[in-house]
Design a protein around this ligand. Structure first.
Ligand SMILES: Cc1cc2nc3c(=O)[nH]c(=O)nc-3n(C[C@H](O)[C@H](O)[C@H](O)COP(=O)(O)OP(=O)(O)OC[C@H]3O[C@@H](n4cnc5c(N)ncnc54)[C@H](O)[C@@H]3O)c2cc1C
Length: 380
């Protein structure tokens, strides 16, 4: 039986981030996942590593740190950074007030308000009347999650000696023994990063956080002619939903207007994010519906609401939809994450909002420092 310093359950971005932080401490790490490859939220998202717009406080701070780590990991693991920065195109005067207020906070550092012409220099297909008051942020990076996650996994195995055991469901975690459906693993400590599975391991600990799940609809949109977006694109709906903006008092008037004018979009939790892939197509979303067991059905009406906003903001005649998919992530009222400590040698780490891709590398450093102590012994 191999002896590990740390066993991690879950090979999504949270599990991978913890594997990296522990391996950098010289720890011998094994990661197990029940699926043949990571297939959860981490490969279904936009790959949009977002700083600007994250909730003020530790979420924003950890996103800043995580973005730095992502940049290093992308370079070393051979992951292409496809876009840098964000243009949030806004059309309502109430949005301008939110942008102005945001720029006055510490989170506005490095960001700027753009004219429509300036916004179109980043994204020429932005409609002028949809970008009257654009917010620019230089902080974001965008990777293609469905290829980036396997590349991070391979790099952790090759460069950092992390062992991966796919196709093994964790059934019991009690260091020094971790039981899986196909055997036993010996490890001194364990971190459980199960995404939105609250029942397979430590269900009684999980239930204390009253977690639920959020279902999102996503699309891949193909432009009729090749176009290049230098940055990701968002719209007024994002100002009304991302808490870094939406929590500002100035956002109240905007939310009231959006509730009145785009009631259906708001009721379906829709905001617009458009990111571009290497082949020129766009990953576009998304909607938010909450339930303990969300249904697996993608609604055309919801897709159409997302595409309505896409067309309102971008002038791309003849665009088509080539893919649709659904993702789910963990959600909990009043918190964006939790770290639970069932015993001194076990941690459960769950991101309960749609920002795990943007924060995991920061969270992981925090967990590993808590589990293994000070920074001494950090490997190069
Ligand atoms: C459509 C969509 C869009 C999103 N957009 C963004 C975005 O733009 N920016 C952003 O920052 N975040 C975004 N998110 C959120 C982000 O993707 C998640 O917060 C993050 O991926 C969660 O990572 P995770 O590793 O905890 O979960 P997951 O990726 O779901 O991984 C959990 C893994 O644990 C495994 N597992 C669970 N239980 C067991 C067990 N008992 N034994 C073995 N294996 C187990 C599962 O098989 C799975 O592979 C989005 C999410 C979705 C769905």
């Amino acid at each position: 039986m191999a002896g590990y310093d740390l066993a991690i359950v879950g090979a999504g971005i949270l599990g991978l981030a913890h594997a990296l932080a522990a391996a950098k401490r010289g720890k011998k790490v094994v990661v197990i996942d029940r699926d043949a490859q990571a297939n959860g939220a981490s490969v279904r998202n936009f790959g949009f590593v977002t700083v600007t717009g994250q909730e003020a406080g530790d979420c924003w701070h950890l996103a800043r740190r995580a973005r730095e780590v992502w940049a290093e990991v992308a370079e070393e693991a051979g992951i292409e950074v496809l876009q840098r920065g964000l243009v949030l195109a806004a059309r309502h005067p109430e949005s301008e007030a939110v942008i102005d207020a945001f720029l006055k906070t510490e989170m506005g550092e490095g960001c700027a308000k753009l004219t429509a012409d300036e916004a179109q220099a980043h994204v020429p297909q932005l409609r002028s009347d949809a970008a009257k008051y654009a917010l620019y942020s230089p902080h974001e990076i965008r990777v293609e999650s469905r290829t980036a996650i396997p590349l991070v996994t391979k790099w952790l195995a090759d460069k950092w000696g992390v062992t991966f055991r796919f196709g093994e469901a964790g059934t019991s975690v009690a260091p020094p023994v971790i039981e899986t459906a196909s055997g036993r693993i010996e490890a001194e400590t364990a971190i459980v990063c199960p995404g939105d599975d609250f029942i397979s391991l430590f269900p009684e600990r999980m239930s204390a956080y009253a977690p639920t799940r959020c279902k999102l609809q996503m699309l891949r949109v193909v432009p009729a002619k090749p176009v290049l977006f230098r940055t990701a694109v968002m719209s007024d709906l994002g100002l009304g939903r991302y808490l870094g903006y939406a929590d500002l008092p100035e956002a109240d008037a905007l939310k009231k207007r959006l509730d009145a004018e785009q009631a259906e979009a708001r009721a379906n939790g829709i905001h617009l994010i458009v990111t571009q892939s290497a082949d020129g197509s766009f990953v576009v979303g998304d909607s938010h519906h909450y339930a303990p067991t969300p249904d697996p059905f993608g609604s055309k009406a919801v897709d159409d609401l997302i595409l309505d906003e896409f067309d309102r903001v971008l002038d791309l005649p003849g665009r088509t939809v080539s893919e649709n998919w659904i993702g789910t992530y963990a959600s909990a009222s009043g918190r964006w994450r939790f770290t639970d400590k069932p015993s001194d040698d076990v941690r459960i780490v769950v991101v309960t909002a749609g920002c795990g891709a943007s924060t995991a590398f920061g969270i992981a450093e925090e967990t590993i420092a808590d589990l293994f102590g000070s920074q001494s012994g950090v490997a190069a």
